[in-house]
Ligand binder design. Structure first.
Ligand SMILES: [Cu+2]
Length: 68
C-alpha cells in the first residue's frame, strides 16, 4: 500500500471534497481518500499493483479540479 498527497486546487467546500472522494474511491485499488479544500490537498492510500498516481490525477482532473 502506498500513500500520496496531491496538491489540488479548485475545491471550495465540503461538496467539492465529496465529489473528489467519490471519483477517486471508485478507482480499483484505492483504499482511502482524504480531501481537504482548506489545505488544497488530497491524500490517497492505494495499492500500487492496481492503480497509479497518474490514474488518480486523471480522476480528479475529470471532475474539473486542477492537480499540480
Ligand atoms: Cu464545493
Amino acid at each position: 500500500m502506498a500513500t500520496i498527497v496531491l496538491q489540488v486546487t479548485g475545491m471550495k467546500c465540503g461538496g467539492c471534497e465529496n465529489t473528489v472522494k467519490t471519483a477517486v474511491s471508485a478507482l480499483a485499488g484505492v483504499a482511502a481518500v482524504t480531501p481537504s479544500f482548506k489545505a488544497n490537498t488530497v491524500e490517497v492510500d492505494y495499492d500500487e499493483a492496481q492503480t497509479d498516481p497518474e490514474t488518480i490525477k486523471q480522476a480528479i482532473q475529470g471532475k474539473g479540479f486542477a492537480v499540480a
